[in-house]
Design a protein around this ligand. Structure first.
Ligand code: ADP
Length: 460
């Protein structure tokens, strides 16, 4: 009999059992009154039963099992695409096939796990937000960016309705619209909590893939871009306004000059002098606008700088102006103070501070420029004994076109851009500028800069 492999051991088992029983009976019989012949007959009968059982088992195991074979075939097709099924249909063959499938199934499982991990690693690392919704508008996945922007907990249970979870109805509205239109829908939403953010959003229906009705919503944080757009718009409006004023004055003066030139020469001379002053104002404004756009638009040209030498060089031309107005210009420069920075830009920073100090300090006042190094930073200070700045105005003086007293600064030739330039240069170097001031006593501007130079630019 050609029995399948597992049948041999099974048969041996039955035989051993029967023989054991036979030997047992013989042994017992030796000490009992039961006739040995009867016991031997019982043992032989047991062997016969064992043989019969083994034969039945062998037949069952070797019989074709088409239902089981079909199930295993189906399993192989689903779990292991490309698996070469050899179509055995008895238990041994199927067991062999399943045994061969095990390592392949393990590999496939590893592959799927790796794929899933890779996808979630990408989602975790994305700066953009991603939401996955099911057909009923329930939130299945929210990556860390999306969770942070909407203030969702890290352990958020998947499957909750998006409308309930987010508290920003527009996102769910846009997702619904994408489902209804069966096409991507874009929009912009504003989130107030946990932080004020403007998000641009795209809801994309996954109609043809996976379970129906699923939607992927991608989100980008455009808060900064929006802020810059507003700043730029305001800047253009302010700059145009600032330019319009002297240009209108020049036009009016030119007309007055023209009519006065024949009949009233002294008036014509006055008009001509005012034309000159307006032209200077215009020149200063254009110069400051160009300076600002230059410092904002150009990368820093960083080099090792002898700060003491730089301050002396920049302050020197102001000495004469100070003397004319009987203002003492003093310096206190710690020898050997060096740093890494952009020479031209730091020169511009200092000249703006000196120019302000001179314009806002009355005659017989004093201006003191100091430089010192401490704990990896350099501190540059310009202090004056001038008119000072009211405390309420202090937070705004670094804004572009902000003037404390419009009439006064116009008189002194201010453009409202000097301190905006100072702040930009300080911050571009990784530093900051602060001001202390008291009306009638004077002002002190302090610029603190890292001696090692500006930090590396953040990668976008
Ligand atoms: P401006 O060119 O008009 O001086 P800034 O941006 O340099 O513009 O300064 C903004 C405002 O801060 C000025 O209008 C002026 O009133 C005030 N300010 C700046 N520096 C001083 C200073 N040293 N003393 C008093 N006020 C000052």
């Amino acid at each position: 009999m050609n029995l399948p492999k597992p049948v041999g051991p099974l048969l041996a088992g039955f035989l051993t059992l029967a023989l054991a029983a036979l030997i047992g009976f013989v042994a017992i019989a030796a000490g009992t009154s039961v006739p040995t012949g009867a016991l031997v007959a019982l043992g032989v009968a047991l062997v016969a039963v064992a043989l019969a059982l083994a034969a039945i088992t062998a037949r069952t195991l070797g019989r074709p099992l088409p239902g089981l074979a079909r199930s295993v075939d189906r399993l192989a097709r689903i779990a292991l695409p490309g698996w070469r099924w050899t179509h055995p249909n008895d238990l041994t063959g199927i067991a062999g096939e399943l045994g061969a499938m095990v390592p392949r199934l393990r590999d496939r499982l590893d592959e799927l796990t790796e794929e899933r991990d890779r996808a979630s690693q990408i989602l975790d690392a994305l700066a953009d937000g991603v939401l996955l919704l099911d057909g009923a508008g329930r939130l299945l996945v929210a990556n860390p960016s999306a969770r942070a922007w909407f203030g969702l907990p890290d352990d958020l249970r998947p499957g909750l309705p998006l409308r309930r979870v987010l508290g920003v109805a527009q996102v769910a509205d846009l997702a619904d619209e994408a489902v209804a239109r069966r096409a991507p829908v874009t929009g912009i939403v504003t989130v107030v909590l946990p932080e004020h953010r403007t998000l641009s959003l795209r809801a994309f229906p996954l109609a043809d893939r996976g379970p129906t009705g699923r939607i992927v919503v991608t989100l980008s944080d455009i808060t900064q871009r929006r802020r810059l757009e507003v700043l730029r718009r305001d800047f253009v409006a302010n700059a145009s306004h600032e330019l319009k004023t002297p240009v209108a004055a020049l036009r009016a003066l030119a007309e007055s000059l023209e009519s006065a030139i024949g009949d009233d020469p002294p008036a014509a001379r006055r008009f001509a002098a005012r034309v000159g002053r307006e032209a200077e104002r215009l020149e200063a404004l254009v110069r400051d606008l160009l300076d600002l756009s230059r410092v904002e638009g150009r990368a820093l040209d960083v080099e090792p700088l002898d700060l003491v030498g730089l301050v002396k060089e920049v302050a020197e031309p102001y000495g004469e102006r100070a003397e004319e107005r009987h203002i003492r210009l003093r310096t206190a420069l710690q020898a050997g103070t060096t740093m890494r920075g952009d020479r031209a830009q730091l020169g511009l920073l200092l000249s703006n501070l000196l120019d302000n100090a001179l314009r806002h300090t009355g005659s017989r006042g004093m201006i003191r420029v100091s430089v010192e190094a401490a704990d990896g930073t350099v501190v540059l200070q310009v202090a004056d004994t001038g008119e000072g700045i009211p405390t309420v105005e202090l937070p705004r003086v670094f804004e572009r076109f902000y003037r404390v007293d419009k009439a006064r600064t116009r008189r002194t030739g201010g453009t409202g851009l000097g301190l905006a330039i100072v702040r930009h240069v300080a911050e571009a170097h990784g530093g900051l500028v602060t001001v202390d001031s008291e009306v009638g006593k004077g002002s002190t501007f302090t610029v603190t800069l890292p001696a090692a130079g500006p930090p590396p630019l953040p990668t976008p």
